[in-house]
Design a protein around this ligand. Structure first.
Ligand code: PHE
Length: 346
């Protein structure tokens, strides 16, 4: 009796399984034929109450039916799953090229700054940072440029609204020289530092003038008699030759800066025509690069050094200018334009 019932359940289950098309139907089937409350489970649960003769027949039969239905169930599940996949869509072409991840670009000024820093670090200099908005004292007075001194007109200054009347005014620095006294206040010579940074000048803009640009300051100080103009010339020649990858010569012309004495402007021989004369150097064979000089003792005094104990040189030049020369950029305004078409070229 029970044996026939079991065989009947198995056959019915197998037949029902063969017409199943969806996972939902399959789940219902599983509950009906294999679930805890299914007919088959009930029979198997009741085995313990049967006479041992009958148990010996019904037991193995029931278990075999359950195993067989479970196997059929698993197979159907597998088939349904495989049929549910769109293999064409799932195909992976391992030979297809990857999707390129867009890469950022370093700004030409950053590139040039990094190169300058590498060269100077290899010469034993330390890279120093300073504030872009600083006290008037560090930008002017400490550098021997008192208020109402005509030298203030050399650098057109942006004044901050509301600061005009303050005794110790803040201003967007007009040069990286503001870091000279700041650094010397906290350090004792010997010192060799470079100060790259952004500066601000209240100037009308055109292809070769910007109100915001990058400068680069160099300061080398030691006991009296160690650092001379010759040291400066040597360091400058070494630097520019390494930067441009060929021998570069330096020319000094007398000039004036309140914070250096003596002061010079310095030129390098035109790297495009090697000094023969071309449109870039306006046939002069030389390119104006920046200002330099031996640090004025008054600046040392402002930093708290005793007068006459130390001697050193300072120089400053435009990084923006150098980047323009290096990459042959003809309009300075492109630099700060934020135009990605420009930046992507580097
Ligand atoms: N600070 C000067 C300028 O911006 C350059 C300079 C620096 C000159 C150091 C002499 C010494 O024009």
């Amino acid at each position: 009796m029970l044996s026939e019932k079991i065989i009947g359940i198995q056959k019915e289950g197998e037949r029902a399984l063969s017409s199943i098309k969806t996972m939902a139907e399959l789940e219902m089937w599983e509950v009906k034929y294999l679930g805890r409350k299914s007919e088959l489970s009930e029979i198997l649960k009741g085995l313990k109450d049967l006479a041992s003769e009958e148990k010996r027949v019904v037991g193995p039969l029931g278990n075999a039916a359950k195993e067989s239905l479970m196997k059929a169930f698993e197979e159907t599940k597998e088939t349904l799953f495989e049929n549910s996949i769109d293999w064409e869509r799932e195909r992976i072409d391992v030979t297809a090229p990857g999707t390129a991840v867009p890469r950022g670009h370093l700004h030409p000024i950053t590139l040039v700054e990094q190169q300058i820093e590498d060269i100077f670090v290899s010469l034993g200099f330390t890279v120093v940072d300073g504030p872009e908005v600083d006290k008037e004292w560090y930008n002017f007075d400490a550098l021997n440029i008192p208020r109402d001194h005509p030298a203030r007109d050399m650098q057109d200054t942006f004044w901050i609204k509301g600061e005009e009347k303050n005794k110790d005014r803040y201003l967007p620095r007009t040069h990286t020289s503001n870091v000279q006294v700041r650094y010397m206040e906290a350090h004792t010579p010997p010192l060799r530092i470079i100060i790259p940074g952004r500066i601000f000048r209240n100037e009308a803009t055109d292809a070769s003038h910007e109100h915001t640009f990058h400068q680069f300051e160099c300061l080398m100080v030691d006991k009296e008699g160690v650092v001379s103009v010759a040291t400066f010339k040597h360091i400058a020649e070494t630097f520019f030759s390494q930067f441009f990858g060929k021998k570069v010569r330096i020319r000094l012309r007398p000039s004036f800066f309140p914070f250096t004495e003596p002061s010079f402007e310095f030129d390098i021989n035109c790297i495009l025509c090697d000094g023969k004369g071309c449109p870039v150097c306006k046939q002069a064979g030389w390119l104006e690069i920046g200002g330099a000089g031996m640090v004025n003792q008054k600046v040392f005094e402002a930093a708290g050094y005793p007068r006459g104990k130390y001697q050193g040189f300072a120089w400053g030049f435009g990084v923006t200018r150098l980047a323009m020369m290096k990459y042959k950029i003809t309009d300075i305004r492109l630099m700060m334009s934020g135009d990605l078409r420009f930046i992507r070229q580097f």
